[in-house]
Design a protein around this ligand. Structure first.
Ligand code: 13P
Ligand code: SF4
Length: 331
């Protein structure tokens, strides 16, 4: 078996193609050539490492990335993000190849909602419609009436009559925030994102004492005690917009630290500080280990060998498409 065959063979355990690349390879140059040759588009989330954000054709929040995936005419979609994002792109483009640099780039929030248990939960509440955050598996999407992201969740929830009972899954923090925003009493699934759950309120308040001229801005996946301190709460693109438009010169940013790369580009004159997490005493930043599994080298190898690709069972994909399309129509 040659090296490539061996690498393909071990894809399931490694999550990516473990192949050697030439010593002085220029990944940026090679990726640019492959993108052209293969008519590929590279979509990246704001939590990706800097070099990946810089080389992407499009960088955005979960909603913008899904919208971009829905309208692309590229032949290959390279998704620099996590599995549920690439899976959503595949559901929207069943006839296109969707590549994910590392198949193990998962999501703790998506993992916190196992389909069998969630199915039983929905069956126990047959009079409830199901709204799910896009951070969930394709199977969970098949059990949903409509999908949402943090950019459009209020609008999507408000599209249901006030008397309609709702289940919201999988993020309990986002769900609790949305209940307060909409005045609903949605039944919440008990899931959470490990990155946003890890912010330390004590360290955050200490930091704020040192920078009383700053504003705390937070992603709604953060727990209520963190959100209470925030002058603004919003999705990654919402946080960027707020930093751009606010008159304030300094922000403490409570979301995954990758967002700071784009924020620094958009407001280079302002001071941006990553909110501190519980376990981190060194850099005071919060990183998503799943997002950071993707590297420039893995991006190159996945484009060169067109592996790993994300596949979704066609029957499941057809069912999961409906709530995604409803979201796109309402956005
Ligand atoms: P948004 O980019 O939609 O705000 O989502 C954040 C996130 O946690 C993605 O995993
Ligand atoms: Fe999932 Fe949280 Fe990572 Fe986003 S930051 S991909 S919600 S684990």
């Amino acid at each position: 078996m040659n090296t490539l065959e061996h690498a393909k063979d071990t894809l399931n355990s490694t999550g990516y193609l473990e192949v050697e690349t030439p010593k002085n390879i220029d990944y940026v140059k090679e990726i640019n050539a492959l993108r052209k040759e293969k008519k590929a588009v590279i979509l990246a989330h704001y939590y990706q490492e800097k070099a990946i954000q810089d080389i992407a054709d499009f960088v955005g929040d979960s909603l913008a990335l899904a919208q971009e995936a829905a309208k692309t005419d590229a032949e290959i979609i390279v998704f620099a993000g996590v599995h549920f994002m690439a899976e959503t792109a595949k559901i929207l483009n069943p006839n296109k190849k969707v590549l994910l640099p590392d198949l193990k780039a998962g999501c703790s929030l998506a993992d916190s909602c196992p389909p069998e248990q969630f199915k039983a939960f929905t069956e126990a509440h047959p009079d409830h419609k199901v709204v799910t955050y896009i951070n969930c598996s394709a199977e969970i999407k098949t059990l949903s009436d409509v999908v949402c992201t943090s950019s459009n969740a209020v609008k999507i929830i408000n599209s249901f009559p006030a008397a309609q009972k709702l289940i919201f899954a999988p993020d309990k923090n986002l769900g609790d925030y949305l209940n307060k925003q909409t005045g609903r009493n949605m039944l919440l699934w008990e899931g959470a994102c490990m990155v946003h759950e890890a912010f330390s309120i004590e360290k955050l308040l200490d930091l704020y004492k040192q920078h009383p001229d700053a504003e705390i801005i937070a992603h709604p996946e953060s727990p209520a005690h963190i959100l209470k301190t925030a002058a603004y709460i919003g999705s990654t693109s919402g946080l960027l917009k707020y930093a751009r438009e606010s008159k304030k010169e300094k922000f403490i940013v409570a979301t995954e630290a990758g967002i700071l790369h784009e924020m620094i580009k958009q407001v280079p004159e302002k001071t941006l500080i990553a909110a501190p997490s519980e376990e981190d005493n060194t850099c005071a930043c919060s990183e998503c280990g799943y997002m950071k599994l993707n590297t420039l080298k893995k991006l190159y190898t996945c484009m060169k060998y067109e592996l790993p690709a994300v596949d979704v069972d066609p029957v499941m994909a057809e069912k999961a498409l409906l709530p995604i399309e409803r979201m796109l129509a309402l956005s």
